[in-house]
Design a protein around this ligand. Structure first.
Ligand code: PLP
Length: 409
């Protein structure tokens, strides 16, 4: 695995789903911000689990249950080391980044924040990092503010500085925008918030498989990941909690696995991480996610980040030569997510015609309707890259977009 470089044929060979034709053309998969493909190692980890070790965890005394438990807990350790979590007991398996944010809202913010407190978000958040806070704010009489953006699509630090003050108690922000490709300086932001006694949640759904992530260096209170956006299976994500918050966490779902003792009168609970994992966890998916971490580290997240940025800069250059093309987001130092519009062509039509050429794009509001309002656009088309994307594919995509343009002229 060690000689694998991003975009190389040997790396692409590990992703079975890439090697197919769509509408008579080789698949060009440019929808990686929505979900990434899975390498054979990850797929095999799932089938291996069900073929050999399938059993429930923690409760069993037999051999298969012991093996499943050992692999599941090893996966927790591995994912903790992947993000340099300060303590693996704070690594909680969830269904995805969305559930992880809802978990923080229910198990921490709901009891720690007081009426009148403010939650600060940014204008570039995914609905997953807006709606859970709106639900909580309505219930708990909190307010919400949104840090505004510069015209280029970066956070406006002058405004942010003023908003990181009372009554703000929590700043929850995305590391990378799934629309703009903006990379927020998470470490700097967390340091600023921390110096003012404000808790931080970093939504790393778009960065977890693309960037080196070091929770100790970030010094954030909460970090959320999405497994399916980092070569892992769907239906798994992670919430990592900083140990300084452990004592403030309450149970959020009740059931098996999270209790010490249950009587007719009441229950006592286990400590973290089990306190937050009621019921049978996603065992096979957690084990496969740990394999995805090994795979990504064997390639190197710095190398993946550089590859993404190189492809983004190439796409910006090639796409901008197409008549009527408007590219959204920063012009440099950005992630491999490029949103755009073509004058007089609805983004859904761009995506639909591109699909006829085997090109998988995404069109719509990308679960960021408030951002669309800021951009004064109902929707955009989006091309997003990953470690298996090649420069040649970006060139072919630009050619297809030029054809789409002609189709609507
Ligand atoms: N946050 C961001 C920035 C995203 O882009 C997404 C998914 O697109 C999510 C959160 C939700 O992630 P999940 O699918 O793991 O719930």
């Amino acid at each position: 695995m060690h000689e694998l470089t991003p975009g190389s044929p040997s790396l692409r060979a590990l992703f079975p789903a890439l090697h197919q034709e769509v509408n008579g053309h080789p698949l060009l998969y440019f929808d990686n911000a929505a979900t990434t493909h899975k390498p054979t190692f990850v797929i095999r980890a799932i089938t291996d689990f069900y073929e050999k070790d399938n059993s429930n965890v923690h409760r069993g005394l037999h051999e298969l249950s012991a093996r499943a438990t050992a692999s599941f807990e090893a996966a927790r350790q591995r994912i903790g080391s992947f993000i340099s979590a300060p303590n693996p007991d704070g690594v909680i398996f969830t269904r995805g980044a969305t559930e992880a944010i809802n978990l923080v809202a229910s198990a921490w913010a709901n009891s720690v924040l007081q009426p009148g407190d403010r939650i600060l978000l940014t204008a570039m958040e995914h609905h997953s990092n807006i709606v859970p806070w709106q639900l909580l704010a309505n219930r708990a009489r909190l307010s919400i503010a949104f840090a505004p953006l510069t015209p280029e699509g970066r956070l406006d630090f002058d405004e942010l500085d003023q908003l990181l003050a009372p009554p703000t108690r929590l700043f929850a922000f995305t590391h990378i925008s799934n629309v703009l490709g903006t990379v927020n300086p998470a470490e700097k932001i967390c340091a600023l918030a921390h110096s003012r006694g404000i808790a931080t949640l970093v939504d790393a759904a778009q960065s977890c498989g693309h960037f080196p992530l070091d929770m100790e260096a970030l010094n954030c209170d909460f970090l959320v990941l999405s497994g399916h956006k980092m070569c892992g299976p769907t239906g798994i994500g992670v919430l990592a909690i900083h140990p300084r918050r452990f004592g403030q966490i309450s149970p959020w779902q009740g059931g098996g696995e999270m209790i010490e003792r249950v009587t007719f009168e009441g229950s006592t609970y286990k400590s973290l991480p089990h306190l937050l994992e009621a019921g049978t966890p996603p065992i096979a998916s957690a084990i496969a996610l740990a394999v995805a971490c090994d795979f990504l580290d064997s390639i190197g997240r710095d190398a993946i980040r550089q590859h993404d940025e190189k492809l983004a800069m190439l796409a910006l250059d090639l796409f901008s030569r197409i008549e009527g093309m408007e590219i959204i987001g920063p012009r440099n130092s950005r992630a491999g997510v490029v949103s755009f519009t073509l004058t007089d062509v609805h983004p859904h039509d761009v995506v639909e015609v591109a699909n006829r050429f085997g090109l998988a794009l995404r069109g719509g509001h990308h679960c960021a309707q408030p951002l669309m309002r800021v951009l004064a656009k109902p929707s955009t088309a989006r091309a997003s890259f990953y470690l298996y994307t090649t420069e040649d594919e970006v060139h072919r995509t630009a050619e297809i977009l030029a054809q789409v343009r002609k189709f609507f002229n």
